[in-house]
Design a protein around this ligand. Structure first.
Ligand code: GDP
Ligand code: IMO
Ligand code: MG
Length: 428
């Protein structure tokens, strides 16, 4: 094909700065495409000092005249999507054209209620710490083949039929399993019909549109949500999300073959964070963790929860290189490490008297793994104004070169601040 596909994925547990990397690279992109997840995502973009947080909309919405698409692999909460569109419109910033796949599944009100009820009933120790956005239950319905898709919202009879079947089932679960009130059919049906009316203008065949864009030489950017270690198959199961954030998920979630992909850009935060439950070997619950959280503004863009923080985990990063076929790294938040005397990186784990050199998604093993750290000299200078690699202090350059050497992947973009232009670009 004449065009190009670049995939942007999170290499850690999400919140690596995918939204800002998409935005920073956006000027040379024609089509921005979300392929999985839903409004559990929170992608922050800062342009001209103004902050925008995207949950369902692709992070390219601020670019005038471009195309943004939401693929079949996404679970769409119409309430959230319409609110996001209206918010951008009210700011005069809905500059791109939007198309939503008719075969994307709809997050219904009962999915959100079940998500929260399941978490409450799981209790301490078993909780996943979900975002409560109904993601897991919506994907469950998709895979048990009873889900409602965007295109169903445009057909009153199909919608009625599917909703009747689903509500009967969900109301049994809500009342008998969770002691909650049943949901009224008429209210939800009317709401869903209204969503259909509002969304009709946006629906389209995303796979075909992307194929044709590529045939005419356009550049398409797949925007991953969440991160590799939250992937349903490759993450730290069961402390994961319910979709495939890895690069291969892009082809399934948008309807293109794997040979369409030219480049896989892994977004890597210069340290690690995780929000929600689950093992996190390099987590620091002391002074360092607090320092990273405060300096890095590590509070969830979707839920506002404080993120757990710790050093970079090279074992996890090498795994992310492998399972994504990563060809470039975008290293974000290097500026947050400025001012530290020393920086550590986890290079292996000690486990049951032995040494683990390779990552495992086995949560039980990871929970008992003790990180083995290699230490690096820190740097004092603020690096926010650096725009060339050679402007960086030598210790910062060494840190970047070390990451390149260990992963075998070039660091082609470095984030030194959250704004669109606060980057050092090295070939991307
Ligand atoms: P995403 O979910 O991967 O898009 O990441 P989030 O938006 O949830 O979290 C990343 C946070 O880091 C946001 O607040 C960004 O504005 C901020 N950020 C991204 N890149 C940089 C960077 O290079 N430096 C600094 N200081 N902040 C950054
Ligand atoms: P972005 O795209 C960080 C986490 C939740 C929880 C687990 C399952 O902004 O990087 P879910 O609601 O998906 O069923 O929750 O996944 N999680 C994220 N963590 N960034 C995200 O998205 C996340 N989306 C989900 O905290 O641990
Ligand atoms: Mg986020």
């Amino acid at each position: 094909m004449k065009g190009r596909v670049e995939v942007i994925i999170g290499a850690q547990w999400g919140d690596e700065g995918k939204g800002r990397v998409v935005d920073s690279l956006g000027s040379r992109v024609d089509v921005f495409a979300r392929y999985q997840g839903g409004s559990n995502a929170g992608h922050t973009v800062i342009v001209d000092g103004k902050k925008y947080v995207f949950h369902l909309l692709p992070s390219g919405m601020l670019y005038p005249g471009k195309l943004c698409v939401i693929g079949n692999g996404v679970v769409v909460d119409p309430e959230q999507l319409l609110a996001e569109i209206k918010d951008l419109q009210s700011k005069g910033m809905d500059r791109a054209r939007l198309i939503v796949s008719g075969s994307a599944h709809v997050v219904m009100p009962y999915h959100k209620i079940i998500d929260k009820a399941q978490e409450a009933f799981r209790g301490k120790g078993k909780k996943i710490g979900t975002t409560g956005r109904g993601i897991g239950p919506a994907y469950v319905d998709k895979f048990s083949r009873c889900g409602i898709r965007i295109e169903d919202l445009f057909h009153p009879d199909v919608l009625r039929d599917k909703l009747e079947f689903n509500l009967e089932d969900k109301n049994r679960i809500l009342t008998r399993l969770y002691n909650l009130e049943p949901l009224p059919f008429d209210e939800i049906h009317t709401q869903a019909m209204n969503w259909g009316k509002e969304l009709a203008a946006y629906a389209g065949d995303v796979s075909r549109i992307l194929y044709e864009a590529l045939e005419s030489g356009k550049t398409v950017l797949f925007e991953g949500a969440q991160g590799t270690l939250l992937d349903i198959d490759h993450g730290t199961y069961p402390y994961v999300t319910s979709s495939s954030p890895v690069a291969a998920g892009g082809c399934v979630g948008l309807g293109l073959g794997p040979n369409a992909v030219d480049r896989v850009i892994g977004v890597v935060k210069a340290y690690s964070t995780r929000v929600g439950e689950g093992p996190f070997p390099t987590e620091d619950s002391g002074e360092l963790g607090n320092r990273l959280r405060e300096k890095g503004g590590e509070y969830g863009a979707t839920t506002g929860r404080p993120r757990r923080c710790g050093w970079l985990d090279m074992v996890g990063l090498k795994y992310a290189v492998r399972v994504n076929g990563m060809t470039s790294i975008a290293l974000t938040k290097l500026d947050v490490l400025s001012g530290l005397d020393e920086i550590s990186v986890c290079v292996a784990y000690d486990f049951e008297g032995g040494r683990l050199d390779h990552f495992t998604g086995n949560a039980g093993v990871l929970a008992c793994a003790t990180p083995v750290f290699e230490r690096f000299e820190g740097w004092k200078d603020d690096i926010a104004a650096c725009r060339n690699f050679d402007d960086l202090p030598s210790a910062a350059k060494d840190y970047v070169r070390y990451i390149e050497k260990e992963t075998g992947v070039p660091v082609q973009l470095i984030g030194v601040g959250p704004g669109r232009d606060e980057t050092i670009v090295r070939g991307l």
